[in-house]
Each structure stands twice: as C-alpha cells, then as structure tokens.
Design a protein around this ligand. Sequence first.
Ligand code: CP
Length: 306
Amino acid sequence: LIHLLSTEGLSKDILTHILDTASNFVSVNDREVKKVPLLRGKSVFNLFFENSTRTRTTFEIAAKRLSADVFNLDIARSSASKGETLLDTIDNLSAMAADIFVVRHSESGAPYLIAQHVAPHVHVVNAGDGRHAHPTQGLLDMYTIRHYKKDFSNLRVAIVGDVLHSRVARSDIHALTTLGAAEVRVVGPRTLVPADLASMGVRVFHNLEEGIKDCDVIIMLRLQNERMSGALLPSSQEYFKSFGLTEKRLQLAKPDAIVMHPGPINRGVEIDSAVVDGPQAVILSQVTFGIAVRMAVMSIVAGNEA
Ligand code: CP
C-alpha cells in the first residue's frame, strides 16, 4: 500500500493488517497511544482544503506519535487564494521534502490527482474527498466496531441518514462488506439514499424503525447541508421527526447495540442529545481510536512498520 485513497478494493487481509497494526499502538487500557520512532526524520504535510476538527487534529497527533515532523498548511492564508493551482502547491511543498501528504478536498478525486503527480517516494492519504471517500474514517469505524463487537461475521449494521452525500457511508460500506459483516443496511429518506446501493450488497430502508430493528451497530450521519441545495434540503424538525435517533427508537435495536457517528454531530437533527450522551454511544471512542488508526495508515504507506 503506497497511498491510501479509498477502502474500495482493499482486501480483507490489508484491512485486517491495518486494524492489527493500529491495535499495536494502543496500550492495554485502550486509550493511551505510545510514541514510537517509526517516522523520525519524515515530514507529514496536512493539507485541509475543507474544514475539519477531528481528522486534521488526529492526523497531527498521529504523526507526532510516530515522531514525524508535521506541517499544517493554513489553506485560507496560503497562496491558493492567489490562484496557485493544487498541483503547483504540491510541487512547492514537495520541494520542501514532503514525505506524506494528508489531503482533504471538496472535489472528489483530488487526492487521486495528487497521488498520480507526486514522486514515487511520496505518499498520499485521503482525509476525505467530496462525497467520494473518507478511508481513515472507515477504518477507524471498523476498529471501533471490532473493539466492541470482536467479530464482523454475525453483525447487522445500519448506516442512517444522508447517505447520498456521505463519503463516510461509502467507505464504511466497502470495509464492512469486505470484512464480512452479516448484513449492511442503509436507512434514509428516498431523496438522500442513492439508487445504486442495492448493487453494493446493502439492504435499503426508508423507515428508521424498520431499518434499525435488531441491529448490533448503528452509524448515524449528519445532513451534509453544504453539499445540498433546493429540494433536497429537509427542515431540521421534519428530519428529526422521521429519521432522528431517540432513546425510544434505539430500543428497537439489540439491547447491546452501539451507536456511532463520525461527527460533527447536529444534536436534535439526526440524533437526540440523550442518545449522544447515553451509555450506548461510542462516538468519542471513535475519535480516540482514530489516532492509532492514522498512525497505522501512515506507517504502512511509508513502509516503516513496527
Ligand atoms: N469525521 C470527520 O471527518 O470529522 P471532521 O470533519 O471534524 O474531520
């Protein structure tokens, strides 16, 4: 694995290897991540052309725990605002001896363009491109599910919400089906669920109660208002009434079901506060596990594994 651009096409062995590598970075209490010298002398450039709280910060922490030097390009203050192209920006940062580019971009495919352009010793990690893919989120979601449920083969997983605009949903579906989840469901309004999903081997539901019934894992997604316009935009109240996860609705899932969310959360829109702060939510554990998973990804693409 030279770049990580998508979970699509990654084999079960590679996915499992990434998750196993991540677990090696985590101490026994499952929270602390060790500092290791695997990327000492390497330079990681965080290029976030779209906003981020969790992904950008955990990539920075992960790179520092790998002993790399990390540079966060402030895109708003960069010369991209003066018309410098994406690839010219990449060439200039490459001239500063970048080893890994971590790229988030609103255009689907931007990290692929960069990966085709850089020298062979430079690695690209997709930190979310448009509505296409968010592979490290997919991987940290798999890490979280494996942590709480141990084995994928008996699991019924529901992905709920604005699937149409969600790069997380796509990355999760590819990873879950490859890892052998028993059933992957997608739940959402007709306008926000793409028509081609059945061909990806998932079951589609347009009713929340039916969709989460007897599930082991529920992954909630926010409405990606920034990628919608006009008719697609439901009102928050209407949406919550039909598709908001409440404590009462959660009772339809298995009693030990876990509730996940990639963040950012919109409380009272796709999920009730009582669920976010309740005992079945593992949302902040996802964030914590993201550090070890991103360490694993960067050390593997750079060829400097433990
Ligand atoms: N899950 C996720 O991608 O969050 P951020 O947008 O804050 O990075």
